[in-house]
Ligand binder design. Structure first.
Ligand code: FAD
Length: 345
């Protein structure tokens, strides 16, 4: 008998899972409450394999990149809109030692396709030291991707916008509940059913600015401690701040000022803030995503905790989750929900 899955939530996690299910011929429906908080709408959408603090990449980086690029390139075609872009990220070195570390790292096998050699000065950008580029990186226009995914599944009648109370009512009905082999919660920071009480999704607040320049700006993504992504030839998306455990979405003027101060130090041209967006990232205490099913109720699954790296992580996580649900493949321990259920109490 063929299976039918129910995906609850259509942020980045729900969208990526649904598109992967479609690709693999798994029957599913999406129920999304469009009035609930959606972190993905605020994402700057960068996918960057390198953490610039210590110039490191996560252990699974080559799998993450392979799945991220293959998946989103296919989405560009399936959805008919080019939301996924490849583009180097230029890192301005904060000091000479950082440049030497970059050089040393770039010759290691793990980093040879990730880190480019130090380069000449970027036009208009203020640089005391050199910069280096990340070779396999870019950005996803996340709001556009969500919108086209939603329309795609509305057309095939696999997407329904339902209020959360209606969803609770339907799930409480044993007949409805039994018509889905799997019910996977992709609800980000929203409360999940009581059965998931051991899982704590922690908000991480971030400010992103839309900044206008009075002159034409070069079309490079630049990281100088914060990032600046050109969105057209006069505008940049600038950010983000990281404020742990803050769950309000009010604008903090000090943070906006600080982001602009650092930007002006590195890009000394006339700039002004056009708008400020504040969002909350769904994160987990150990900073890894959570995927898998409840040990006592395997019908109920979770795909959450994408944190600061939703674009890079979501395709590989969806792949692990589907392989687990459909073929009982093991999920790597660091990402598995099992890590919260190992103790007896
Ligand atoms: C300021 C900021 C900048 C960021 N920048 C980047 C970046 O540059 N690169 C990157 O990769 N990531 C970035 N992120 C992180 C990224 O946005 C998140 O990791 C990702 O969007 C999380 O997606 P999600 O689907 O898990 O959650 P969400 O996007 O929050 O989606 C949850 C969905 O579930 C729905 N929902 C909630 N409750 C219910 C319910 N009861 N019933 C039905 N539906 C429900 C909501 O409506 C929503 O559609 C950034 C985040 C922020 C806030």
């Amino acid at each position: 008998m063929s299976e039918k899955w129910l995906i609850i939530g259509q942020g980045l996690a729900g969208s990526v899972l649904a598109l992967q299910c479609q690709h693999q011929g798994i029957e599913f429906e999406i129920w999304n409450d469009e009035t609930q908080y959606c972190s993905s709408k605020y994402a700057a959408g960068l996918w960057n394999p390198v953490s610039f603090k210590r110039i490191t990449a996560p252990e699974h980086i080559h799998d993450l990149l392979l799945h991220c690029t293959t998946f989103f390139e296919r989405c560009n075609e399936v959805l008919g809109v080019k939301s996924f872009h490849h583009s180097p990220i230029h890192r301005i070195f904060p000091d000479a030692q950082y440049g030497r570390d970059w050089d040393m790292k770039s010759i290691l096998t793990k980093y040879e396709n990730l880190l480019g050699v130090p380069e000449e000065k970027l036009p208009l950008w203020q640089q005391t030291f050199q910069s280096g580029s990340v070779l396999t990186s870019g950005w996803l226009n996340v709001p556009e991707f969500l919108e086209t995914t939603r329309k795609h599944f509305q057309k095939s009648q696999q997407y329904v916008n339902l209020g959360k109370h209606e969803i609770e009512k339907r799930l409480a009905d044993s007949e409805t509940n039994a018509s889905y082999n799997r019910i996977i919660f992709c609800t980000g920071l929203a409360a999940m059913p009581n059965a998931f009480e051991r899982i704590r999704i922690i908000p991480n607040k971030g400010h992103v600015l839309s900044v206008k320049a009075e002159q034409t700006i070069p079309q490079h993504i630049v990281h100088y401690g914060n990032f600046a992504i050109p969105t057209d030839d006069h505008r940049l998306r600038v950010g983000s701040s990281y404020e742990w455990e803050k769950s309000d979405t009010t604008v903090d003027d000090n943070i906006v000022e600080d982001l602009m101060k650092k930007l002006r130090e590195h890009l000394p041209i006339a700039l002004h803030v056009e708008s400020v967006q504040v969002g909350l990232r769904p994160t987990v205490i150990d900073r890894n995503p959570i995927i898998g099913t409840l040990p006592e109720q395997p019908q109920y699954g979770i795909f959450n905790g994408l944190g600061t790296k939703g674009v890079l992580q979501a395709p590989l996580m969806a792949h692990y989750l589907i392989a687990h649900l459909a073929e009982r493949a093991e999920i790597p321990k660091v990402f598995s929900i099992q890590r919260f259920y190992n103790t007896k109490n």
